[in-house]
Ligand binder design. Structure first.
Ligand code: FMN
Length: 175
């Protein structure tokens, strides 16, 4: 009986869709959300890395200009194979009312490889809608979206919005 139950649980887990969380973060806010999502969804995460110096005021200006001009800075090749995952959850900071430029490069490079997606962003206060619209053009319609401002990120563990986002992903994960 116990053995049959164990086999049932293993079969159920094997049938579940696999989630990968891919994100870019310059100062840690988006990374914090990615880590909480990975923990609650028991999912792997991968950070998008680029080699631009984005520190200080110069880095801020450069990053803002890149996002506004829809530039595609070089990024490191991803270590995770997208074809091994069913749902890719993509996270970005909002830059100049748009997605961060390294995220645009990532989505452009992998344009036709996404099966299902969900988006999240962190921001000072505005621009999520425009960022999500641009992301949708490259990665398809998301299952769900989540936007968090600085205050919400600082209280992430008490966020009702975050809980709702996680619930939607858990539901989408069940086959
Ligand atoms: C270049 C740049 C442009 C930004 N533009 C916006 C913006 O248009 N709207 C906004 O609400 N926040 C904006 N922000 C604030 C970031 O979106 C916010 O601090 C975010 O949480 C940073 O995420 P990170 O710590 O993961 O890098 C901008 C930040 C940077 C660096």
């Amino acid at each position: 009986m116990k053995k049959r139950m164990k086999k049932g649980v293993i079969n159920h887990l094997a049938r579940r869709k696999k989630i990968l969380i891919v994100y870019y973060s310059r100062t840690g806010n988006t990374e914090k959300v990615a880590s909480v999502l990975a923990k609650h969804l028991n999912a792997k995460k991968e950070k998008i890395l680029d080699s631009e110096n984005r520190g200080g005021f110069r880095g801020y200006l450069k990053s803002g200009a890149e996002a506004a001009w829809k530039s595609l800075p070089a990024i490191q090749l991803s270590r995770k194979k997208l074809e091994n995952y069913d749902i890719i959850v993509i996270g970005t900071p909002v830059w100049s009312w748009n997605m961060a430029s390294p995220v645009r490069t990532y989505l452009t490079m992998n344009k036709f490889k996404f099966k299902q997606t969900a988006f999240f962003c962190t921001m000072g206060g505005s621009g999520s809608k425009m960022a999500f619209n641009s992301m949708q053009k490259l990665a398809g319609k998301p299952i769900s979206t989540l936007e968090l401002n600085a205050k919400e990120v600082s209280k992430i563990n008490h966020s009702a919005k975050l809980k709702e986002f996680i619930q939607k992903l858990k539901k989408a994960r069940e086959v």
